[in-house]
Design a protein around this ligand. Structure first.
Ligand SMILES: Nc1ncnc2c1ncn2[C@@H]1O[C@H](COP(=O)(O)OP(=O)(O)OP(=O)(O)O)[C@@H](O)[C@H]1O
Ligand SMILES: [Mg+2]
Length: 289
């Protein structure tokens, strides 16, 4: 395993100026806070701004992004392993031409039960990372081992919370854990379901607590309102950015996408030079608990 990791590192370090996708892991402490809706609409938002996005449903519990966009995936990651398919054979086209990979049920612990699957996954990822600007992983809630490894390997982590204290304390716990494992991990925080502007105060208070007790500073990604347009869009199985592009939430999401793309240029120097694939390989050979 270590030999393989070294080979891969050498290979990737020699690839010169070839552009590689930026990887973003989206996770939360508490479940049901709006990660999948955000991951999907943020991906579409980036794509609408001319970026090429691959959205991976990697919720090791229960992936459901296909339901949010009314798609029935022909193939899933599980089938890629079981039928030795190439990753390009399981990439589907989603709304606004985003690329999408469905999880399939039973993804939990698959890499641990079968290390061969992990190697295969890495090899397949390598074949596509040059073709995208962003690869976005919807990782699901909680700090399962596999979520953590993907989060630590990604170039950036987006943590989603609502304004409820239960969700905020869980987001704090995730950050504490991530920072304890990786000091320089760039973390962005999104506050969802803000009601009567409590999102901004949540972001400010959380930032102050993280700075004081964890001695780290996350990047505020933004605040999204609690908006009935999300529920309507989920019911219609159409992403809200398309279902109701004039809704508050769509306008706010576009604002966040624009801010992120601006911030990204400013922060570009601070992100790790290592390839996501290389780091992922390293993370799966490391103890994280
Ligand atoms: N901004 C919002 N305004 C109103 N309702 C929302 C908003 N965001 C999410 N919701 C509601 O929360 C539900 C759950 O959202 P979503 O599936 O995106 O959460 P999740 O964090 O991915 O959940 P899980 O942890 O189960 O993967 C949505 O179906 C919708 O009803
Ligand atoms: Mg989800």
């Amino acid at each position: 395993m270590t030999d393989q990791a070294q080979k891969l590192r050498d290979l990737l370090n020699n690839k010169g100026n070839v552009k590689e996708a930026k990887s973003i892991a989206i996770l939360s402490g508490k479940g049901g806070v709006g990660k999948s809706n955000f991951a999907l609409n943020f991906s579409i938002g980036l794509q609408q701004k001319g970026k090429k996005v691959l959205l991976f449903d990697l919720d090791f519990g229960m992936g459901n992004i296909d339901v949010l966009m009314g798609l029935t995936p022909k193939k899933t990651i599980i089938q890629m392993f079981e039928e030795s398919l190439k990753i390009k054979d399981i990439i589907e086209e989603g709304p606004h031409s985003i690329s999408y990979v469905a999880a399939g049920s039973g993804l939990t612990d698959i890499f641990h039960f079968n290390p061969h699957y992990f190697d295969y996954f890495i090899k397949q990822l390598e074949t596509i990372t040059m073709h995208y600007d962003y690869i976005i992983f919807d990782l699901g809630a909680g700090m399962q081992d596999q979520h953590l490894r993907f989060a630590l390997a990604a170039n950036e982590c987006f943590i989603v919370t609502t304004t409820e204290p239960t969700s905020i304390t869980d987001a704090y716990a995730v950050m504490k854990h991530l920072y304890s494992l990786e000091n320089f991990i760039p973390i962005y925080v999104l506050v969802n379901r803000s009601f009567q502007n409590d999102g901004d105060s949540t972001l400010i208070k959380l930032k102050a607590v993280v700075e004081r007790f964890l001695k780290h500073s996350f990047i505020p990604l933004g605040v999204l309102p609690d908006d009935r347009a999300v529920i309507n869009a989920v019911k219609a199985q159409v992403p809200f950015l398309i279902h109701n592009k004039k809704s508050d939430i769509s306008l706010r999401l576009n604002y966040i996408v624009e801010g992120y793309l601006g911030i990204r240029n400013v922060n570009h120097r601070s992100t790790q030079p290592h390839s996501f694939v290389t780091k992922l390989k390293k993370m799966f050979t490391r103890k994280v608990d």
